[in-house]
Design a protein around this ligand. Structure first.
Ligand SMILES: [Zn+2]
Length: 339
């Protein structure tokens, strides 16, 4: 390992987005005098009569949830995107706008209100994975849907309004910003090298063996070299697949196992139900040649040094670049030791 990376300030390049992150390892020891978050380690009931996602309960729009037993998907009652909205564009000098259409869904991971992915059995996480595959394929087959974003926002610290284990799927007619960046970098690399950018990166990571958190036959969990969030992690399939629908039944179970491993390690890290935003980046469903895509899942957790101290993306990070103190190698070591 290059020890300069552990001792001196530097910037690291994110090959997937073409952006830089500032790393300041010498700052990790500074005393914390900032905000402390409240921790809630309350034990939740398996069914909460006031939860709009629990089985059999009435949602705000009056619909009643079925008595579901594993995974339950419904169209978001307060969707950010709709299929029947007006199509228009504004091209007025320097004022530019485009209408956007889409379908937003909510996916309940379990009927058990008290659980999170970290508490669920691998076979039950696998049912969530199967649902993601089905939704990606179905939504993506819609002519007006050119991209499907699967994500989870977990924890009050992340602004998640309901503790019931659930995620969301927003699908839309155009590509969002993060996908446009990753599309560009992967496409350029594939055109020159005829190989997957992330596949070659994964080979180098396995060789270096400094940021690997966990691995099984089909998936590797690692802290990316260019991680921004203190305990950021990425799950990468060893084989290059463009999207989640292409993995086999065996690989789907291995993916569920990888999700289980990282979320359990997160919960152990600060002895708290670890908040994060996670999401899957995969090939657009625009009918174009997307053979350069290598799908992956990322976890962006905000906690920095305890259950109550989170990282803020403010100041320099708003006006300059993202910045981190603890190095990716230190973070990976701490998480790996918990598995
Ligand atoms: Zn609930």
């Amino acid at each position: 390992m290059n020890t300069d990376l552990q001792d001196f300030s530097h910037k690291r390049f994110n090959i997937l987005t073409g952006e830089w992150v500032l790393v300041s390892p010498h700052r990790a020891k500074r005393p914390w005098q900032g905000q402390n978050e409240a921790v809630s380690n309350e034990v939740r009931p398996a069914h909460d009569p006031n939860c709009y996602l629990c089985a059999g309960n009435t949602r705000i729009n009056g619909e009643i949830n079925p008595d579901y037993k594993d995974v339950f998907v419904f169209t978001n009652d307060f969707a950010a995107l709709q299929t029947d909205s007006k199509t228009f564009s504004v091209d007025n000098g320097l004022f530019k706008a485009e209408s956007e259409q889409g379908i937003c869904k909510v996916i309940c991971f379990s009927p058990d209100h008290s659980k999170s992915l970290a508490d669920m059995a691998v076979k039950d996480i696998n049912k969530v994975v199967s649902t993601w595959q089905k939704e990606y394929t179905e939504l993506g087959s819609n002519d007006t849907i050119n991209y499907v974003q699967i994500f989870e926002n977990k924890g009050a610290v992340m602004g998640c309004s309901n503790p019931h284990p659930h995620g969301q799927i927003w699908s839309q007619s155009t590509l969002p910003n993060e996908i446009i960046k990753k599309e560009k970098e992967q496409k350029e690399y594939y055109a020159i090298n005829k190989r997957s950018l992330l596949g070659d990166y994964l080979a180098q990571e396995l060789e270096a063996n400094e940021r690997i958190i966990y691995s099984n036959n089909d998936f590797v969990v690692l802290t990316p070299f260019w991680a921004i969030w203190p305990f950021e992690a990425m799950i990468v399939p060893r084989k290059q697949y463009n999207d989640i629908s292409q993995i086999s039944v065996t690989e789907s179970l291995a993916f569920a196992d990888a999700i289980s491993a990282i979320t359990k390690a997160y919960d152990k890290l600060f002895s708290t139900s670890f908040p994060y935003s996670s999401g899957i980046h995969q090939a657009p469903t625009n009918g174009e040649d997307n053979s350069h895509w290598h799908w992956h899942m990322s976890f962006y957790p905000p906690l920095l040094r305890s259950a109550t101290v989170k990282k803020f993306m403010v100041g320099y990070e708003m006006f300059g670049s993202p910045q981190r103190d603890i190095t990716a190698e230190q973070a990976a070591t701490r998480l790996r030791d918990l598995i």
